[in-house]
Design a protein around this ligand. Sequence first.
Ligand SMILES: CC(C)(COP(=O)(O)OP(=O)(O)OC[C@H]1O[C@@H](n2cnc3c(N)ncnc32)[C@H](O)[C@@H]1OP(=O)(O)O)[C@@H](O)C(=O)NCCC(=O)NCCS
Length: 174
Amino acid sequence: MRIEFGEYVIRDWVSEDARSIVRYANNRKVAMWLRDRFPAPYTAADANAFLSVVLRQDPRTVFAIATEREAIGGVGLEFGSDIHRFTAELGYWLGEPFWGRGIATDGVRLFTAWAFEHLEVHRIFAGVLDGNAASARVLEKAGFAREGRLRAGAFKNGRVFDQLLYAQVKEGIV
Ligand SMILES: CC(C)(COP(=O)(O)OP(=O)(O)OC[C@H]1O[C@@H](n2cnc3c(N)ncnc32)[C@H](O)[C@@H]1OP(=O)(O)O)[C@@H](O)C(=O)NCCC(=O)NCCS
């Protein structure tokens, strides 16, 4: 897949992205808002392990945000199972040098629209750790509705966090 927007693109990961993943993912200011499986520090071995999983995905649901030169972040969906098999959790991150230019907002908006069109998904949601104002703002600007606060919904870096639940559903599905 390929979604171009201005100087940026959302595209399939390729094995050559390992070096740029480490360049931008190895940053505690990025990892602090993500799952523990996005490690800090983030090493070349971590990047290769990540790529070996996503390059085998079929269908692919996890993609790079990139310039023409290099990957600068990621965006993707993780599907649930059983009765949640048409529900997917959205995740995304961007290298710090690229923050504040609207890239995540545009990327999330375009990626969500693409996913509703090309993947069998009824509901896309995100759980933002309370305090991550930039991410909450991205979701609001990208058309997600805030559905609630999951009290003590996450534990990260030794701290209990509420999670803010944001979601968007496929048009006409309910
Ligand atoms: C969240 C993240 C992807 C945002 O990327 P970005 O490209 O800088 O986002 P955008 O520029 O599209 O929009 C950011 C918005 O948040 C606002 N913002 C940024 N920091 C903020 C803060 N500390 N408090 C309030 N608002 C803030 C910006 O002003 C902007 O809103 P505006 O356009 O109304 O001014 C990036 O900060 C990141 O990778 N963070 C770490 C990983 C992460 O949190 N992932 C999401 C997990 S749910």
